[in-house]
Design a protein around this ligand. Sequence first.
Ligand code: PLP
Length: 325
Amino acid sequence: MSQQTLSPIALGHYPTPLHELPRLARALGGPRLYVKRDDLTGLALGGNKTRKLGYLLAEALQQGANTIITMGAPQSNHARQTAAAAARCGLRATLVLTQRAPERINGNLLLDDLLGAHIRWAGDRDPLALLQEVADEERAAGRVPYVIPYGGSNALGASAYAEALAEMLRQSHEQDLRIDHIVFASSSGGTQAGLVAGARALNERAHILGISVDKPADVLNTLVLDLAQQTIAHMGLHMPVRPGDVHVNDAYIGQGYGVLGDPEREAIRLAARTEGLLLDPVYTGRAMAGLMDLIRQRAFGANENVLFWHTGGSPALFAYAEQLR
Ligand SMILES: Cc1ncc(COP(=O)(O)O)c(C=O)c1O
């Protein structure tokens, strides 16, 4: 599909499983449901960043970098997987995290520590400014930094999801299955941009719907459209991504990023109890809550096949233990 020359580092186990969720579908009285298990990519408890980091770390090594710097929220899955990817490649990792150091560490933050990452808390400071400052400090210390943007969402990172779409299509073909809708959590837009770029490149017609975790639809739409266009260009292809290729639903943001509400609680419990499937409080719980609501609103045809793309995040469950009970 792509003419890009950089080969990703094998950080994950692919293809991730694609299987049906018959008991959840029955509980919802809806269309057939499937799941693409990118929570099982295998790098330090997995998630969507593993695919992106395979390309990003390959570029870092190609550039001779020996220290990786990125940023995120305190319970960032991206930061945790970046720490793991750096460890796998023998590189130093510094994570710039928003807010202040909490009294107790758990969830992703505990894993960041176990993985040996250096953590810098932004507190009241602009995390982007601190990111640049850390890069300067690393250079001054004689190291060669490679800075990964928020969510690993640039054209190189997103191109991993164009490849992932091709992987999913191969699997659905083998299972004699036609996926009509792909639904997932969207935030920094890289996953969605990659899926859209892959669909464009492969002339795939499935409807790709990002459930916004934190941004108004117009903002995320523009971000994904731009990034999908850059991703197509990065892949060496010349075709326009059209506004009609990008679909975002921002009806499930609730009280905002990381604020657990009843819809997420219900989605997490229902998926766990019907399918033994663990979602997370911030991203996949919210996206599944949106999907469940859309099913109840009869947004999908009875004969359509709907795929939930699980993007990981379950380590954050433990950081929300009190709120989940
Ligand atoms: C578990 C999980 N799902 C979904 C997303 C959103 O992916 P993207 O940032 O590519 O939109 C993230 C981003 O951090 C995530 O950690």
